[in-house]
Write a protein that binds this ligand. Structure first.
Ligand SMILES: NC(=O)c1ccc[n+]([C@@H]2O[C@H](COP(=O)([O-])OP(=O)(O)OC[C@H]3O[C@@H](n4cnc5c(N)ncnc54)[C@H](O)[C@@H]3O)[C@@H](O)[C@H]2O)c1
Length: 253
């Protein structure tokens, strides 16, 4: 029996590194064309090159998600090169470790502009394509810290809690147009972001101790997040919307 396989065009933000890189590579393997978007244009180009060299189809998009104009330009470029965009993974984010008392207005505004508003604006920008197709998949990457809380991470987790709430409301609003909106909530995943926190000694206890307390006592792999994104992006997930899938070794439920 032949498997159903429809080629779509996806944009993956933060595609140059960690989970975004793994998701871009996974989507390409699944047959999708991929716009690899990142503020790190060189890193995005490396991932796009890797996909194209393996016989897939990808372009690199250099954009700062804090800037609406750059998001709109990246989407326009993707449409021109790869066709209408019907899958979006809002994965890029910046981290912040600071006690509540030390977070400045500027810190708040800059982080929210990327982690929350950037995701919102990208969805707004591709919406016409999804509505026209009567089919769309939005996958927003949140964080387990937004579910369980984390010291010195109130700003970051506020942005990720916003991502979870936005996911639910958009799912309710857009379902009738054939668009599903879901969130993947990663636990502690072995990426450059996690390594920066480990190397910077930013946790209250050694990270080995944190991991040892998990039901599955290890760091997660970027590919395990990519697999969850691939499911939400698939035809099989057509009746799944508004969901929050924790990929976290059992850390948060
Ligand atoms: N690693 C973890 O343990 C962990 C845990 C929970 C949630 N997350 C979330 O998972 C997602 C992926 O994280 P990761 O660990 O792969 O991080 P990462 O730092 O390895 O990759 C993030 C990518 O986003 C890009 N980026 C940052 N700011 C940008 C901007 N303004 N415009 C465009 N691109 C920008 C970076 O250049 C980088 O390539 C993030 O949303 C993160 O908050 C990570």
């Amino acid at each position: 029996m032949a498997m159903e396989s429809v080629i779509r065009t996806a944009i993956v933000t933060g595609g140059a590194s960690g989970m975004g890189r793994a998701t871009s590579l996974r989507f390409a393997r699944d047959g999708h064309a991929v716009g690899v978007l990142d503020i790190d244009g060189k890193g995005a180009a490396e991932v796009a090159d890797e996909i194209n060299a393996a016989g897939g189809k990808a372009i690199a998009l250099t954009a700062d998600l804090g800037e609406r104009g750059q998001i709109e330009a990246a989407v326009a470029l993707t449409r021109e090169a790869l066709g209408p965009v019907t899958i979006v993974v809002n994965n890029a984010a910046v981290e912040s470790f600071a006690p509540v008392a030390e977070v400045t207005d500027a810190d708040w505004d800059q982080l929210m502009a990327v982690n929350l508003k950037g995701a919102f604006v990208l969805i707004q920008t591709v919406l016409d394509d999804m509505v026209a197709a009567g089919w769309g998949r939005v996958i927003n990457v949140s964080a387990f810290g937004a579910q369980i809380g984390a010291p010195n991470m109130a700003l970051y987790t506020a942005s990720k809690g916003g991502v979870i709430a936005m996911t639910r409301s958009m799912a309710v609003e857009l379902g009738r147009q054939g668009i599903t909106v879901n969130s993947v909530s990663p636990g502690f995943i072995d990426t450059p972001m996690a390594r920066r926190a480990i190397d910077g000694d930013l946790f209250p206890v050694p990270y080995e101790q944190i991991i040892a307390s998990y039901p599955i006592p290890r760091l997660g792999k970027p590919e395990e997040i990519a697999a969850a994104c691939a499911f939400f992006a698939s035809e099989d997930a057509g009746y799944v919307t508004g969901q929050l899938l924790g990929v976290n070794g059992g850390t948060a439920f």
